[in-house]
Design a protein around this ligand. Structure first.
Ligand code: F6R
Length: 615
């Protein structure tokens, strides 16, 4: 997730682009850059770090005055957050500058083709491939918009691309697929942005671009075409009523709620580019040789809080697919118990921020014992991935709400990818078996979307249960970490007493907490796996018999729970191991809504910080 701005009109392009980038900084903030066209040349400035670093660069090396510009604020995916990887990227001749949001899945093949043609690359990004392809076509005489259509047609994955051509000072051109792009329609000026926050101070009239469309903006015109060059139909202009703060949150009241609703996209992005047409799984930066991975005899997952719960889900999947024993440990406990790790141990750390001190210390300890470390992280270039032997990035984009939501779901997805990758490398699964799980994973964004679309029931429930003091969450197997996560969300933002338990453990003590009308959420496993489903039905009966109000999360078509449920929350059918991806979502929505109704600051709950950089 990155922020993109484009401008053409009478104002200073630099002023418009930089103020747009500031408004979009919530979308990514590890580097920023701008390019403007003037007198037949393009000039670009770009810097790693926040926009203030770019401001300093612009003060030291001012840009020429210009009325045509593009800019970018980055959340790194391919290539670390360095000056050279920052956008815009220029084509080799310097005639075209381009910014990109998304992931180009087939960039490696395209890059090889361009390099074979003598093109020299200046960065490690997937984006530069698009800049070079575009530059080659424009150098050959293809107009920028036609070239953009051709390039977009060659790319696989998700992208918003915005470009300018030094020989065409009156135009900015963009394309989109699976990444957002909005046109701001002004009087004698037009704008492009990842969302309306980019241009709201200049115009409130907008047009949202459809899939696989290309847009050309000049001062007075907006022309939208499909990739075959035909004029796009069904273009819907709209007027924006939001203020700027609401616009940054996409019209949601909280970043947390926005991030919950971004999960279908975040999960899809985390899956992008991992699986080749020939059925091979590839991960980001795995600097551990396959022979070393084959020798591993134990996996230890280390993380904190929500990331720890993602690790608990991972244990079920990794052990099932690889048959390698897998422990999961809270990072702050790890090194103080003298854990048994050696060069045959694979330590997997999970961290959204990549800066959590407890997790970092655990990595250092593991590496001192010569264990190999793989980090699952959302923040490219953060300390944890830098100090690890390998990294799998989740592509959730920046998470601003203190309570992690899209961070969790994408961590779970990355753990599945790791499990399948290890199974592939160690020959524990046939290609077809891996393909079947990957196929199911590819359907998850749609299924998560359905849970969100049907979320009103949970929001109403939050209203009804607003004044309850205590909540219990029960689950078995992967439903157990889902219960822990449901309880944690409620504790941290609604300040309610909430406990998650393995459903079977209840009778060994916690059932004493059950009193009349206490709300008990139960995650029911999909039917068909051992006797797990039936056991949970018995657990529901145990708490209901003691007066609990049972709120049951269950797959479509499972009516066995009906006689014992006060509220039934349905989710699409999925296999047991993947259930956390749909079952967690109603619990996130419930906590967010309950906290909202109680009047709490959902994005910045008391006593908490987004990134815990002290031990
Ligand atoms: C809970 C939450 C925290 C974090 C934990 C680890 O909603 O956000 O429990 O999950 O502090 O943070 P990262 O993943 O940044 O290491």
């Amino acid at each position: 997730m990155c922020g993109i701005v484009g401008y053409i009109g009478p104002r200073s392009a630099q002023d418009v682009v930089i103020s747009g980038l500031r408004r979009l900084e919530y979308r990514g903030y590890d580097s920023a850059g701008i390019a403007v066209g003037s007198d037949g040349t393009l000039s670009a400035r770009k810097k790693s770090g926040k926009i203030t670093h770019l401001d300093e660069e612009l003060a030291a090396r001012p840009l020429p005055a210009s009325h045509q510009g593009i800019g970018h604020t980055r959340w790194a995916t391919h290539g670390g957050p360095t000056d050279s990887n920052a956008h815009p990227h220029l084509s080799q001749s310097g005639r075209v500058a381009l910014v990109h949001n998304g992931i180009i899945e087939n960039f490696a093949e395209l890059r090889a083709e361009l390099e074979a043609d003598g093109v020299r690359f200046a960065s490690e990004t997937d984006t530069e491939t698009a800049a070079q392809l575009l530059g080659r076509l424009v150098d050959e005489g293809t107009p920028l918009a036609a070239a953009m259509r051709q390039v977009a047609g060659r790319l696989e994955g998700a992208f918003t691309l915005v470009a300018i051509d030094s020989d065409d000072p009156d135009r900015v051109v963009a394309a989109r697929r699976n990444s957002p792009l909005v046109v701001g329609v002004g009087e004698g000026e037009n704008f492009l942005g990842s969302d309306v926050a980019a241009f709201l101070e200049y115009t409130r009239d907008a047009i949202e671009l459809g899939q696989d469309q290309v847009v050309e903006i000049t001062r007075d015109d907006v022309t939208i075409t499909d990739l075959d060059g035909s004029t796009a139909t069904a273009v819907k202009p709209y007027h924006v009523d939001w203020d700027i703060a609401a616009a940054e949150k996409g019209g949601f009241d909280w970043f947390m709620r926005k991030e919950i609703y971004e999960q279908p996209r975040a999960v899809a992005d985390t899956l992008l580019g991992r699986y080749s047409a020939s059925g091979e799984l590839t991960l980001d930066e795995v600097r551990i040789r396959p022979e070393e991975l084959r020798r591993i005899d134990k996996i230890v997952i280390v993380a904190c809080g929500t990331a720890f719960y993602a690790g608990l889900v991972a244990k079920y999947a990794i052990e099932h697919w690889t048959r390698i024993p897998c422990e999961v440990e809270i990072a702050s406990e790890f090194r103080y118990r003298d854990p048994i790790i050696d060069p045959m141990t694979l330590v997997v750390t999970i961290s959204q921020s990549g800066e959590t001190a407890d997790t970092l210390m655990a990595i250092r300890h593991a590496r001192e014992q010569h264990a190999k470390v793989i980090a699952i992280c959302n923040t490219n270039g953060a300390t944890i991935p830098r100090e690890s032997d390998a990294v799998i990035y989740t592509h959730a984009g920046p998470e601003r709400g203190v309570a992690s939501t899209k961070g969790f779901l994408t961590q779970v997805v990355a753990c599945y990818l790791l499990g399948l990758y290890l199974a592939q490398v160690r020959g524990m699964k046939y290609r077809e078996e891996i393909a079947a799980v990957m196929d199911e994973l590819s359907t998850m964004p749609e299924k998560i979307q359905r849970v969100l679309d049907e979320g009103q029931q949970v929001l109403d429930l939050a209203g009804e249960l607003r004044d309850e003091h205590s909540f219990l969450f029960l689950g078995r197997h992967v439903g157990y970490p889902v219960s822990l996560e449901g309880a944690l969300k409620l504790k941290e933002i609604a300040y309610k007493h909430a406990e998650g338990f393995p459903a079977g453990e209840l009778k060994h003590g916690p059932i004493a907490l059950v009193e009349k009308d206490i709300p008990v959420f139960v995650v029911v496993p999909p039917r068909g796996r051992d006797q797990l489903h039936d056991k949970v039905i018995s657990n529901i009966q145990e708490v209901r018999a003691r007066g609990a109000r049972t709120i049951v999360l269950v797959e479509d078509g499972d009516d066995e729970v009906l006689p014992y449920s006060d509220v039934v929350i349905r989710h699409p059918r999925v296999s047991t191991l993947l259930q956390p991806l749909v079952a967690t979502v109603p619990l996130q929505l419930f906590a967010c809504e309950l906290a909202t109704r109680l009047g709490h600051d959902v994005d910045q709950p008391r006593n908490l910080a987004k990134s815990v950089t002290v031990e």
